[in-house]
Ligand binder design. Structure first.
Ligand SMILES: [Zn+2]
Length: 285
């Protein structure tokens, strides 16, 4: 009797596991492939596209001087609309192309940092967004939204800082089991806040502030223990490079004009060669 009861419990556990696996399988079927493209630029600047099916999230827009190139690249990616435009902070190497983006594509919503730089670029952009009636959200606490099977979480700065960089929104993206963190230009004070957020290891880390080092930049990179790191500059500072090398992280740089592309199936993230990327964008165009 005792053995029979153990057998029944075992069978019940097996049945529950099978049910769970089935549910997991169905859930995975709902996940389309997603791609992440970090556009190559002539000088240090961020412009990153997350795409899943018809859905598109754009994180930053690079320099104004490279705006028309960015628009062409987005067309080549097959983008027709942007679900969310996230501007991590109002520096010109992040919002420079935003005006051209909202004039070229329907943009459903814009998320911005609370930082008021008072620059002509930021004020001009605010006017266009208001004229076009595009909703602008300024997250005051962690804010989550979904875009297809991409789940995005925005972490705003917890304090008011003098430096626009330290007011960067942090963008955490989940696609099934794949996780990614885009850290804008976070510097010392913002990274101190970021270190308190319980991020686990991530598959992809868009390195804060164009790969510039500093004690907590290295500490934060270590905490994220990324499989891939992208530095939106021509090189990464030595202290950070050492940390990445120690963790076996593959590091990519985007300057000059080196576009880096990744693809996620919801389980793993794979880095694609640039040639492959340009071929597939060619097909999509
Ligand atoms: Zn920057």
């Amino acid at each position: 009797m005792h053995k029979a009861r153990i057998g029944a419990v075992f069978l019940a556990i097996l049945a529950a596991a099978a049910l769970l696996l089935g549910m997991l399988w169905l859930w995975r079927c709902g996940i389309q492939k997603a791609s992440v493209t970090v556009f190559g630029t002539l000088a240090d600047a961020d412009a990153i596209l997350l795409k899943e099916g018809e859905h598109a999230v754009l994180i930053d827009t690079g320099e104004e001087a490279e705006a028309s190139k960015l628009i062409d690249q987005l067309y080549k990616e097959g983008i027709q609309k942007i679900d969310a435009l996230i501007l991590t902070h109002p520096d010109k190497d992040h919002i420079g192309g935003a005006r051209a983006v909202v004039q070229s594509f329907p943009v459903a919503q814009v998320f911005v940092s609370p930082y008021e730089k008072g620059s002509a670029l930021q004020e001009g952009l605010e006017k266009i967004l208001s004229d076009q009636g595009i909703p602008v959200q300024v997250p005051r606490e962690a804010q989550v939204f979904s875009c297809g099977s991409l789940e995005m979480t925005l972490y705003p700065p917890l304090n008011t800082y003098e430096e626009s960089n330290d007011s960067s929104l942090l963008v955490y993206a989940k696609h099934g089991d794949v996780s990614m963190l885009f850290a804008g230009d976070a510097e010392k004070k913002r990274l101190k806040e970021a270190l308190a957020i319980p991020f686990g290891p991530v598959d992809l880390y868009k390195v804060a502030h164009h790969g510039r080092g500093g004690k907590n930049a290295a500490e934060f990179a270590q905490k994220l223990c990324p499989r891939y790191a992208v530095v939106t500059a021509g090189n990464v500072e030595e202290s950070l490079a050492r940390v990445f090398s120690g963790m076996g992280t593959e590091v990519y740089v985007t300057v000059p004009e080196h576009t880096v592309r990744f693809e996620s199936d919801g389980r793993t993230l794979a880095a694609l060669e640039e040639e492959q990327a340009s071929q597939s964008t060619g097909e999509a165009a």
